[in-house]
Design a binder for this molecule. Structure first.
Ligand code: SF4
Length: 426
C-alpha cells in the first residue's frame, strides 16, 4: 500500500472473542464492508486493515483481529496473530458480546496494560434489553481500573442504528494519545532559513518517486516556510557555489554522507535523513549511545540487522551487504550479521543473542511502534542504533551529523568515554 502518511495515522485495534461484533463495528465505523461479517465464529482469520478518515479523530487505520477464543492448533495461531497486533496499535477497543467478560478478555486487558496501550471496552448489544443491562455496568464489573472507559453500542451486523456509534467515537477521542510528534526539521532553521536537501537518485532510488523521508522533509520545510533547494549528490557542489549565502542546514542521504561532508564547508550544519527520522520516531540520544557500541564490536559478534518492512533485496543491498561490510571493517573481521525484516519484532531469541541492533530508518513505523522497539532493546540490555548512524560512524562523520542535536552528541560522547573507561579497567 502506498500511503506516505500511514505512520502518522492513529492505529486502532479491535479485539475480542469470535462473533463479539468486531467486524461489524469495523464496518460500521468505516461505513463499508471492509471486514467479512457472518454468524459463523472465526470468520476473521487474519487481521484486516482499513485506512480511513474517522471524524472527529482524523486519519486512522482500523485493525480488525481474529477472535481471542479461537480453538485448535490453527486457532492458537490466529490468537497469536491477534496478540502480535498489539505491537502496532496506538489504542485498542475490547469488544464484548453484550457484556460477556471472561478469561480471554482478562488476559487481553493484562496484555494491553503490559504493552502500555490505552484501551476501552465496547459492549456490542444484540437487543434493547442487553443494552439496558450493559448501561448499568461500570469498569469495576470487569475488575478493571475505574479509568478504563466503557461504551455501549447496538449493531445488527448489516445496519447501524443512528447514533449507535457516537459513544464509540467519544471513547476513541478519550483514548487517543495527546503526544504530538516533534517536527522533522523546521525547528532547526530560522524563519525563511536556507535549506539544502541532497537526495541521490541512483539505482537504489525508487523509480519515478522520492523516498518517504525525503518527501516528509520537503513537506516540513514548506510548512516551516524554509527556502528549500533539492539536488542530487552530483549537483551538491554546484548548488553550494551557486548560492549567494551558504545554507543554514544541509540534509543528505546517509549513503552519500562522505562526499557531501567533504564538499560542504565544516561551518555549515550538516545532518542526514536518518538522524532526522531517528529524532522524529523515537529517541535520538538513545540511538546515538547505541552507535557508540559499534566501536566495541569484535570479529564473530552477533549483530541483529532489523528492517521494518520487506522489500526485494537489491544488488549491494544496504541491510544485507553494505552495513555488514562496514561493520566488519570497523570490527576488524567478519561478524555474525542476522537480518530480520517485517512489521513485527517478536523474535526475542534473535534479539537476546545480539550484541547490537542496527535498525533501518523505520519510515513505515509510527513513533509509538518504533518506541516499543527501543523499549524492547533496552529491556534486553541491547544497544540499538540505525543504518544512517552506523554509516556516518563508519565514515568518521557521526559527530558532525549529530552536531545540530547537542543532547544526542553529548550522549554519544559520554558513551565513548564510558567505553574508554571500561577498556582501561579491563
Ligand atoms: S526498510 Fe525501513 S527505512 Fe527502508 S523502506 Fe522499509 S521501513 Fe523504510
Amino acid at each position: 500500500m502506498s500511503d506516505a502518511r500511514r505512520p502518522q495515522r492513529l492505529h486502532i485495534g479491535l479485539f475480542g472473542r469470535r462473533n463479539a461484533g468486531k467486524s461489524s463495528l469495523c464496518n460500521a465505523l468505516c461505513g463499508q464492508d471492509a471486514a467479512l461479517v457472518s454468524p459463523v465464529p472465526g470468520t476473521t482469520t487474519d487481521p484486516v486493515e482499513k485506512v480511513m478518515e474517522l471524524a472527529p479523530l482524523g486519519p486512522v487505520v482500523l485493525l480488525d483481529t481474529p477472535g481471542l477464543d479461537d480453538a485448535g492448533e490453527l486457532g492458537a495461531q490466529r490468537v497469536a496473530r491477534s496478540l502480535r497486533t498489539l505491537e502496532e496499535v496506538d489504542v485498542a477497543l475490547v469488544v464484548l458480546e453484550d457484556s460477556l467478560w471472561g478469561p480471554p478478555e482478562a488476559r487481553l486487558a493484562a496484555a494491553l496494560q503490559a504493552a502500555d496501550v490505552p484501551f476501552g471496552v465496547v459492549c456490542n448489544c444484540r437487543d434493547a434489553a442487553a443494552e439496558q443491562a450493559a448501561r448499568r455496568l461500570g469498569p469495576e464489573t470487569f475488575a478493571l481500573p475505574a479509568s478504563i472507559p466503557l461504551a455501549v453500542c447496538r449493531l445488527d451486523g448489516t445496519s447501524t442504528p443512528a447514533g449507535a456509534l457516537d459513544e464509540v467515537r467519544e471513547l476513541l477521542v478519550r483514548l487517543r494519545p495527546q503526544e504530538e510528534e516533534p517536527p522533522l526539521l523546521r525547528d532547526l532553521l530560522p524563519p525563511r532559513g536556507r535549506l539544502l536537501l541532497v537526495c541521490p537518485q541512483d539505482g537504489s532510488a525508487p523509480k519515478g518517486r522520492l523516498i518517504m523521508p525525503q518527501v516528509q522533509a520537503i513537506r516540513d520545510a514548506l510548512d516551516g516556510h524554509a527556502l528549500c533547494l533539492v539536488v542530487t549528490d552530483e549537483e551538491c557542489g554546484a548548488a553550494l557555489e551557486s548560492l549567494r549565502e551558504a545554507p543554514q542546514l544541509i540534509v543528505c542521504d546517509s549513503q552519500v554522507i562522505a562526499p557531501v561532508a567533504a564538499t560542504a564547508p565544516p561551518e555549515i550544519p550538516l545532518t542526514t535523513f536518518s538522524v532526522l527520522m531517528a529524532r522524529l520516531k523515537g529517541d535520538l540520544p538513545l540511538l546515538a549511545r547505541g552507535a557508540a557500541a559499534l566501536h566495541s564490536l569484535r570479529p564473530g559478534d552477533t549483530v541483529l540487522i532489523q528492517e521494518a518492512c520487506s522489500h526485494h533485496p537489491q544488488e549491494d543491498d544496504i541491510g544485507r551487504v553494505k552495513i555488514p561490510r562496514l561493520l566488519a571493517r570497523l570490527a576488524g573481521g567478519e561478524l555474525d550479521c542476522r537480518l530480520l525484516a517485517g512489521r513485527h519484532w517478536q523474535d526475542y531469541d534473535a534479539i537476546q543473542q545480539a550484541r547490537v541492533v542496527v535498525h533501518c530508518g523505520g519510515c513505515t513505523l509510527s513513533r509509538r511502534q518504533m518506541t516499543r522497539r527501543l523499549v524492547t532493546a533496552r529491556r534486553a540490555r541491547l544497544s540499538m542504533t540505525n543504518y544512517g548512524m552506523a554509516i556516518s560512524l563508519a565514515q568518521g562523520v557521526l559527530e558532525r551529523v549529530l552536531s545540530p542535536f547537542p543532547d544526542a552528541l553529548a550522549a554519544y560522547r559520554e558513551a565513548r568515554l564510558d567505553q574508554s573507561a571500561r577498556q582501561r579497567h579491563a
